[in-house]
Design a binder for this molecule. Structure first.
Ligand code: SAM
Ligand code: SF4
Ligand code: SF4
Length: 356
């Protein structure tokens, strides 16, 4: 596979100052900020309850970035060229006073003076309570993770017997609060929720939400990932297309990870994220900061760069931007394109710690 931004889709539109590029020519466009490593779910593919039991040691509060530290970091990334901020976790809605942080992030402006695209990924369990306050604080939209409409399948996959009806009510609350367009992430696992693909696609069309089917990924080691458990994106698309005919759509922007399809009858779209079978490292413009303030330049990395220590030592403003630019400039990650049995065994950070 050629390793370069796809031709015909330049990263820097004409007239704009070119952003800091990594060693493979990719700018930092998206920042995912994990606000907690804790979660009220124990999804089998992310935080299996056998490993993340009652005695599991999550980060002590003093090691988690404060709202002000998160704001400072986000501001420096926006200075560097980031236009899209996604708040994530763990489960971001378990972080106390999250709307306060959202309000602080919503005030950020790009060097061109534009508001940032501010969004959040959640398991939806607390949206009935928090969708309104988050929207009022300036959140633009929301992505809800939901793996099945079948209550038994969903309860088993989330690991804590959480009923699907409450997540559906959370989606409704997000809509009522104006957090649209709503996206729904569905991780597809072989022989677990394959039968849920079509019902989810039909529901998403009816509810006017954008379904994103995600190939089960080998992030971290806790989930015991095996290639046999992956349902390839092509198979997911074929299953939907057989019942609800699809046609391919162009990407919204360089770096969009989902391959998009629209229904031929005009009723909505569906996306597939094929990070295992169709790697997209060439367009990967994502930076991730963990709850403890480590910067990860790839989802599959074993190590991050500590930003908390410099922040707490007073590094700020232009010095902080320079620090981030230096790290980004040295980035050469492309794990998914190099994935082999040998790389799969290398040490890697867990998804819940990095935010997905
Ligand atoms: N707790 C929130 C949630 O579930 O939406 C945010 C954090 S979660 C780590 C972010 C996303 O990562 C979710 O959509 C989840 O389904 C996805 N995810 C977690 N583990 C995964 C895996 N092994 N493969 C693919 N996606 C995964
Ligand atoms: Fe929690 Fe999200 Fe991981 Fe599920 S995917 S265990 S909801 S962090
Ligand atoms: Fe980006 Fe790493 Fe995923 Fe490649 S493997 S798309 S570099 S996060």
């Amino acid at each position: 596979m050629p390793f370069a931004p796809r031709p015909g889709r330049p990263f820097a539109p004409a007239g704009r100052v070119p952003p800091v590029l990594d060693r493979l020519g990719r700018p930092a466009r998206d920042l995912r900020i994990s606000v907690t490593d804790r979660c009220n779910f124990r999804c089998t593919y992310c935080m299996p309850k056998e490993i993340f039991g009652p005695d599991f040691a999550f980060l002590p509060r003093s090691e988690v970035l404060t709202f002000e530290e998160i704001r400072q970091l986000a501001e420096a990334f926006v200075e560097l060229g980031v236009e899209k901020l996604r708040v994530t976790g763990g489960e971001p809605l378990v972080r106390r006073d999250l709307p306060v942080l959202v309000g602080m992030l919503a005030e950020l402006r790009t060097p061109a003076g534009d508001a940032v695209d501010l969004t959040l990924t959640t398991n939806g369990s607390a949206l009935r309570r928090l969708a309104g306050p988050l929207a009022a604080a300036g959140l633009g939209r929301v992505t809800v993770s939901l793996d099945s409409l079948d209550d038994d399948v969903f309860r088993a996959m989330n690991g804590v017997d959480f009923p699907v009806a409450r997540v559906l009510d959370g989606v409704a609350a997000a809509r009522e609060a104006g957090l649209a367009p709503i996206k729904v992430n569905m991780v597809v696992k072989r022989d677990v929720n394959e039968a849920s693909i079509l019902p989810m696609a039909r529901w998403a069309r009816d509810e006017d939400v954008i379904l994103r089917c995600i190939e089960y990924m080998d992030v971290g080691h806790a989930n015991g990932w095996r290639l046999d458990d992956v349902v390839p994106a092509a198979e997911i698309v074929a299953a939907i297309d057989a019942e609800l005919p699809l046609e391919a759509m162009p990407a919204n922007y360089p770096g969009e990870v989902a391959t998009r399809w629209r229904y031929r009858d005009g009723a909505g779209e569906v996306g597939v994220i094929a990070s295992v079978t169709r790697p997209f490292c060439g367009d990967c413009t994502r930076a991730r900061v963990s709850a403890e303030g480590r910067l990860y330049t790839c989802l599959f990395t074993g190590d991050g760069h500590d930003l908390r220590a410099p922040l707490r030592d007073g590094t700020a403003g232009a010095d902080l931007v320079a620090l981030l630019a230096g790290i980004w400039g040295r980035r050469d990650d492309r794990y998914s394109e190099l994935r082999t049995e040998a790389t799969t065994a290398l040490p890697r950070i867990e998804m819940y710690a990095m935010g997905g």
